[in-house]
Design a protein around this ligand. Structure first.
Ligand code: FES
Ligand code: FES
Length: 152
């Protein structure tokens, strides 16, 4: 299969049963994408496939053939945090960090599509991402803060 991940083209052989999340982590060593449940529940494995938010444990790697994928590693360059990552840091929006990559990729998806964000809308759009640690208030605050920073 051929895929473009974070702007880089990859060509690799995969077994038909390989999940996209396992391909990203095991074949490409992009371990920022986490596996929290493997059953489409937690959102820790969220990536963008052709710009759409996808739980990568729900998709076979081969289904991504010819597509473009964005993972958490593709959100920043030169070791600098992007505005969403910085907002998560500044708003104390993580504790163990296990949900964070999925939350931030989902936040990136939200902020790419929604300019007029309310707290309610953010809560609705992260309903597929579960955090076991923080409660959600700081995560919601961080996404709203990132939205303000990106508009400034
Ligand atoms: S690991 Fe994919 S949704 Fe939990
Ligand atoms: S920070 Fe621990 S699961 Fe969200």
């Amino acid at each position: 299969m051929k895929v473009k991940v974070n702007g880089v083209e990859y060509e690799d052989e995969v077994e038909p049963r390989t999940l996209l999340v396992d391909f990203l982590r095991d074949n490409l060593n992009l371990t920022g994408t986490k596996i929290g449940c493997d059953t489409t529940t937690c959102g820790a494995c969220t990536v963008l496939v052709n710009g759409r938010s996808v739980k990568s444990c729900t998709m076979l790697a081969i289904q991504a053939n010819g597509k473009e994928i964005l993972t958490i590693e593709g959100l920043s360059s030169d070791s600098k945090l992007n505005p969403i990552q910085q907002a998560f840091k500044d708003n104390f929006a993580l504790q163990c960090g296990y949900c964070t990559a999925g939350m931030i990729v989902q936040a990136h998806f939200i902020l790419s599509h929604e300019r007029d964000l309310s707290e309610e809308k953010v809560r609705d759009m992260i309903h597929g991402n579960i955090c076991r640690c923080t409660g959600y208030q700081n995560i919601v605050n961080a996404i709203l803060d990132a939205s303000r920073r990106m508009r400034a």
